[in-house]
Design a protein around this ligand. Structure first.
Ligand code: ADE
Ligand code: ZN
Ligand code: ZN
Length: 255
């Protein structure tokens, strides 16, 4: 009886790991799916064994439970001073989200790569483009991307990082397909504009938003409806950009 009780108390602790929550990643994957070329669709169908991009998008978080994949941990984010551009920053010797994305693209493109590697790095890539658009994943090192900044969300303890990984998204109470359908209402012209630029421009955008977010809450602050109202536009725009840019990266890759 005691053991069961302990398990119930510990389960929420273990499942609340830090990631642009599953919903965020799936929204990005689902939006991307609507903007693929025929060629990219066929290549992805083959490599993902018919699974959707939304389904594949959470793989890189799932493997975190297996220590043999620990070298990929640092690929989920990048930290550098807020007033510095990524290009001018000191790079981590363990790699970061930008280096991770570049490595995935290199391996998938390489004709000599095994099918197993191409599948693995494709699933990583789908995930990492999502992470790149979570502002607190293009962050600063002092507080581990806001993980050390404790705040309250509707009366429950959380931190500034997790607010952006999942609290804001989940409080909307919509499924990933509902959110993706709402966020995919863009004109061709708007889509083209969003898909412009490079990974370096995209990480800079996230990094600048991250800088604003640090000014948005004090340690211990009680956040709720007002915060959600203030930042939902930014959140939705990042999810939408992540989806459209993921499609662009995949279309270029399988051209
Ligand atoms: N750990 C350290 N920095 C982090 C960040 N920016 N995002 C997620 N996890 C982290
Ligand atoms: Zn995260
Ligand atoms: Zn991640």
């Amino acid at each position: 009886m005691r053991k069961t009780l302990l398990l119930f108390l510990l389960v929420p602790f273990f499942v609340s790991a830090n990631y642009w929550g599953k919903t965020g990643h799936r929204v990005t994957g689902h939006i991307a799916e609507n903007h693929l070329t025929g060629k990219a669709k066929r290549a992805l169908k083959d490599l993902l064994d018919g699974h959707s991009l939304a389904f594949a998008s959470t793989f890189a978080d799932e493997i975190k439970a297996d220590r043999s994949f620990s070298k990929f941990f640092s690929w989920h984010f990048v930290n550098y001073p807020l007033d510095v551009r990524y290009e001018d920053s000191k790079k981590s010797k363990f790699g970061d989200v930008v280096m991770g994305i570049e490595e995935c693209i290199r391996i998938i493109k390489d004709k000599k790569s095994s099918r197993e590697d191409r599948v693995f790095y494709l699933k990583m890539l789908i995930h990492l483009i999502g992470d790149l658009h979570q502002p607190m994943h293009a962050s600063r090192v002092e507080d581990k991307g806001g993980n050390d900044i404790q705040v309250q969300w509707f009366g429950e303890g959380t931190n500034l990082h997790r607010i952006w990984d999942k609290n804001l998204i989940l409080s909307y109470g919509m499924t990933y397909t509902e959110l993706a359908d709402e966020l995919d209402q863009v004109s061709r012209k708007e889509r083209k504009k969003i898909q412009e630029g490079t990974i370096y421009d995209w990480v800079q955008e996230s990094h600048e938003i991250c800088g604003e977010i640090y000014g948005s809450a004090e340690i211990g602050e009680k956040l709720g409806y007002q915060y959600s109202y203030k930042y939902n536009k930014v959140l939705f725009s990042q999810l939408q950009k992540g989806g459209l840019r993921l499609a662009k990266v995949l279309n270029d890759l399988f051209d």
